[in-house]
Design a protein. Structure first.
Length: 195
């Protein structure tokens, strides 16, 4: 005969949030809202609802709305990952990074510049950050003549790929293996990187 416990079942400990995943969800929600609304019209409550968290949790992780949107409007971390390769393989790396980011994380490191309302102070901040964190940083790595122009062409080329893959959802492009796209598109990007 088996014994039956008369003690009430112990409650399992509450599920712990993955802090990094939660922060990423909050940033993604804020980016989404900023792409469609003026900064002044976005509330922490709206960000929280979109991210599936509470507004106090946003305050815990980011401090306040201004600090949250300062992170949203920064391209620093994205640029670091996007540009993290030796110059002679950077074109292939950038193509792979954009495609993997979209396929695995549903996020593109650069596309928020395409969606964000660019009027007013927030638009100015976003443009300045984009230029400083992505374009100027890349130009600083490029040897030879016309480094600034070549950096802008590289970024335009990578943004175009991101638009076709993530926004237009091009069926052939999305159905093709990432390595195949990298092999075909990487040299196009690399051509602007080398003088």
């Amino acid at each position: 005969m088996s014994a039956v416990s008369t003690r009430p079942p112990t409650a399992s400990p509450p599920a712990r949030r993955d802090a990094e995943a939660t922060k990423a969800a909050i940033l993604k929600a804020a980016r989404y809202l900023l792409a469609r609304n003026a900064h002044a019209d976005i509330t922490l409550k709206a960000v929280a609802e979109r991210a599936g968290v509470s507004a106090p949790l946003i305050l815990k992780y980011f401090g306040n709305k201004d600090a949250l949107f300062a992170r949203v409007m920064s391209f620093e971390a994205d640029a670091e990952d996007l540009l993290d390769a030796p110059l002679d393989g950077l074109g292939r790396h950038m193509v792979r990074h954009v495609l993997v980011s979209q396929r695995e994380r549903g996020a593109d490191p650069l596309l928020r510049i395409v969606f964000a309302p660019l009027q007013g102070d927030q638009g100015d901040i976003l443009r300045v950050n984009f230029r400083a964190h992505v374009v100027d940083r890349l130009a600083g790595r490029l040897p030879g003549p016309e480094a600034a122009l070549r950096a802008e062409l590289v970024v335009a080329t990578v943004l175009g790929l991101g638009v076709m893959y993530g926004i237009a959802r091009s069926t052939s492009l999305r159905a093709t293996a990432i390595d195949t796209v990298v092999d075909r598109y990487g040299p196009t990007v690399q051509a602007h990187l080398t003088p």
